[in-house]
Design a protein around this ligand. Structure first.
Ligand code: NAI
Length: 330
């Protein structure tokens, strides 16, 4: 089958081509998917899209006109897909439900450790012959209370790592699970987690319930927050409210791998252009903010698993008329 792969980077091409084993006709385009580019799918029954591609109603309508029957997402999250519209148009949407909870959990720890011990600043100082320690003071993780929001695959791996440091674990999730309790977590309500946690780390999906989970009201309830970490989805925090929290000191530091308006920024080289997003630009001015550009998933193992499951979804759709991991509407 002919498959148009949107937002394709060289690494996508490498891993997908290898997992394809010559079966399907893969057409790679660097173009991000949205309504104006959807016509590039012409001639393909299947398109493959990534996390920030726009699969709203108008894009889906164009894909439908072009004869697309399957949208194979090469990511887990599907918050940018209008599932009702896809259903109405008879387009199946498949995803990669899990590819490496370790990759994102390990990146979360990398952010926490870097930001706490100011490794990013120390690296630059040492290269300039500046060995002063002023401004690099961190804190022991040992004995700290970590609040984990969302105790699924990633959240539990984060807990496992923090538990190794001798941290106390609090958890919030509408669906508690035994493995998290076995790791030593105590499930509490949102207010208690906000009040007691010294590091708050977000690992829930972006849904109507979790949109702006961290907002002005939530920040007001934080009593000891030395660090807020978001590697889930940008919309889980209200960025403007968090900026105010950083300014007032209510939030001690902020680590982000995702950002509310990231689709206009991330996954491309903008180093020679002016950043027009004033909120993002403001975030960059804080010494206690560390941002990476949605790279939590970016390990060899994760890319291998993503490519293998994506090609599995496409092949199953061709063979059986149904992908391996279709998204059912909630
Ligand atoms: P998962 O489905 O295993 O776990 C999600 C957990 O969140 C579940 O336990 C669920 O009950 C919980 N949850 C649902 N609604 C909630 C709410 N209102 N409040 C608190 N918890 C809630 O998902 P997984 O694999 O652990 O991924 C978590 C999130 O990480 C994804 O939804 C995605 O947004 C993000 N992610 C980020 C990546 C990155 O590169 N930065 C890559 C992959 C995922």
């Amino acid at each position: 089958m002919r498959v148009t792969v949107f937002s394709a980077k060289p690494y996508d091409e490498d891993f997908l081509t290898s997992a394809n084993e010559g079966r399907h006709d893969l057409v790679f385009t660097e173009a991000a998917l949205h309504a104006p580019t959807a016509k590039l799918a012409s001639g393909s029954k299947v398109i493959c899209a990534f996390v920030n591609d726009d699969l709203g109603a108008s894009t889906l309508s164009v894909l439908h006109e072009e004869g697309v029957k399957l949208v194979a997402l090469r990511c887990a999250g599907f918050n940018r897909v209008d599932l009702t519209m896809a259903d109405r148009l008879g387009i199946e949407v498949a995803r990669v439900p899990s590819y490496s909870p370790y990759a994102i959990a390990e990146h979360t720890l990398a952010l926490v450790m870097t930001l706490n011990r100011k490794i990013h600043r120390a690296y630059n100082r040492v290269r300039e012959g500046n060995f002063a320690l002023n401004g690099l003071l961190g804190f022991d993780l040992h004995g700290k209370t970590i609040g984990v929001v969302g105790t699924g695959g990633i959240g539990r791996n984060v807990m496992r790592a923090f538990s190794g440091f001798g941290c106390n674990l609090l958890a919030f999730d509408p669906y508690p699970n035994d493995e998290a309790v076995a790791l030593g977590a105590r499930y509490v309500d949102k207010d208690e987690l906000l009040a007691r946690s010294e590091i708050i780390t977000l690992h829930c999906p972006l849904t109507p319930e979790t949109r702006h989970f961290i907002d002005e009201a939530a920040i007001a309830k934080m009593e000891r927050c030395k660090m807020l970490v978001n590697t889930s989805r940008g919309g889980v925090i209200d960025t403007l409210a968090v900026i105010e929290g950083l300014k007032s000191g209510q939030i001690g530091a902020l680590a982000l791998d995702v950002y509310e308006e990231e689709e206009d920024l991330f996954f491309r080289d903008l180093s020679s252009t002016v950043i027009r997003d004033d909120i993002f630009a403001r975030l960059l001015t804080f010494p206690n903010v560390l941002i990476t550009g949605h790279q939590g998933f970016f390990t060899q193992e994760a890319l291998f698993n993503i490519a293998r499951t994506t090609m599995g979804n496409i092949s199953a759709f061709e063979d059986d008329g149904k992908s391996l991991h279709p998204i059912t509407r909630r």
